[in-house]
Design a binder for this molecule. Sequence first.
Ligand code: GDP
Ligand code: FE
Ligand code: FE
Ligand code: FE
Length: 195
Amino acid sequence: MTAENEQALAVYKEKVAAHLSKHRYEHCLRVSDYAVKLAKQNGVDVKEAALAGLVHDYAKERSAADFLEKIDQAKLPASLKKWGNPIWHGVVGAEFVKDELGIKDPAILQAIRLHTTGGGHEEMTTLDKVIFMADYLETGRDFPGVEEARSLTDQSLGQGVFYQLAHTLSYLASKEQVIYPKTFDAYNDWAAYLQ
Ligand code: GDP
Ligand code: FE
Ligand code: FE
Ligand code: FE
């Protein structure tokens, strides 16, 4: 990162830190760093990747009441209201980033919206894939298979996306959790595409 890029990020770092616990703020810094690494490997604008990584979980610690209010205020589909924080902090979180941090770049907002569920292979831009994978692989993550997922993603960003989708789906199903349809759709789309 150049000094100029660091300076541009500093303003946002303060605002993100003010809205998150230390633990989650540090996760955001690591996602930003890992996103820079993946951006360089995949020809993505490093500045955009660093900023999107930093702010991707900006709204994660908001209350349910705040998300429900934002869904109405931003005129998002009312059907979103039956979901919870895991889905809201990305899809609705992008609206907080736009309104409170003043980040209007549609590419960054889309990367935030898709960072939990992913999206189809045509829907996801390279930046979206970079943020989706940086969130999963940042250096603080430690789950069985994380090293395999890191080396697969170094070889092929798309293969990494599919690995994460498959593993997240089977994890959620093993815990008998409700699965958001977009997560299923993304998995099916990448499975058909990569076969
Ligand atoms: P984090 O915000 O850095 O913790 O990471 P993510 O935004 O990627 O994920 C947040 C949580 O949402 C994780 O526990 C995921 O397993 C979970 N998650 C991902 N997809 C779905 C889904 O379709 N349904 C539900 N209920 N949870 C999901
Ligand atoms: Fe998240
Ligand atoms: Fe994620
Ligand atoms: Fe995250």
